[in-house]
Design a protein around this ligand. Structure first.
Ligand code: URA
Length: 227
């Protein structure tokens, strides 16, 4: 578009693709239309596949960054929190550090819902009660911690949904282990009001809509100017 002379910066056609402009101060127009807004922050929902590290680089293993183009990674796109190597499902990616911090802070109580396939005796009302009261989880090198109340929904004799409001390391697997079952498959289906869309396949990402970004901002008390 630049080489074809379709781009104007402050009403002057620019044909040099290496030209630098100030995205916040300069008025950039394509084909004489209204100035385009340059967004500082980007927000994407990735369907994290199995066998992929929640990291931006690794010397040996595939990472979630391999699923994004370099233009987005160059803007500082990074995962918000982490899913285990074998956990699949919704992973929020952004370059907005403040939002990332608040989304993962227990202070903001953002809901994360997981679909769990497990082995062992079917879970029941007893476990639902234990989770609702706040499970006491033992820690390797320190005293046990009391978890925030969590909601367990029984789906079948080997499947359930679990909603948690904090994000301790391997929390879901440890909660399931604490009641004597093993996680067979773990998938995150929701963060706050954000979900994967039905057409999304493992490994695919999509950019968030304005309404979705707004809902994350509301959930974490963020100001409009930080959008
Ligand atoms: N809890 C876990 O145990 N693993 C995840 O990947 C996410 C939550």
């Amino acid at each position: 578009m630049i080489r074809a002379g379709r781009v104007r910066v402050n009403n002057v056609v620019v044909t040099d693709a290496g030209y630098s402009c100030d995205p916040e101060g300069d008025k950039i127009c394509i084909d004489n239309t209204n100035p385009i807004g340059v967004k500082r922050y980007i927000y994407a929902a990735l369907y994290k596949p199995d066998g992929c590290l929640t990291a931006t680089e690794d010397r040996r293993l595939p990472t979630v960054a391999d699923l994004f183009p370099s233009e987005l990674l160059g803007k500082g796109l990074a995962p918000v929190g982490r899913l285990d190597f074998h956990t699949t499902g919704l992973l929020l990616m952004t370059n907005n550090g403040l939002l990332s911090h608040r989304m993962t802070s227990p202070k903001w109580h953002v809901a994360k819902e997981y679909r769990i396939r497990y082995s062992g005796e079917p879970l029941g009302v007893k476990e639902r009660q234990l989770f609702a009261e706040g499970l006491l989880l033992s820690e390797r090198n320190s005293s046990p911690v009391r978890l925030e109340p969590a909601e367990l929904t029984l789906v079948s004799e080997e499947e359930c949904l679990l909603t948690i409001y904090e994000g301790k390391t391997h929390q879901v697997r440890r909660m399931i282990a604490a009641v004597g079952r093993d996680v067979v498959e773990l998938k995150r289906e929701r963060i706050g009001e954000l979900r994967l869309c039905s057409e999304q396949r493992p490994g695919e990402y999509r950019m968030l809509s304005d309404d979705e970004i707004q809902s994350l901002f509301e959930a974490t008390g963020m100001n409009q100017k930080d959008k």
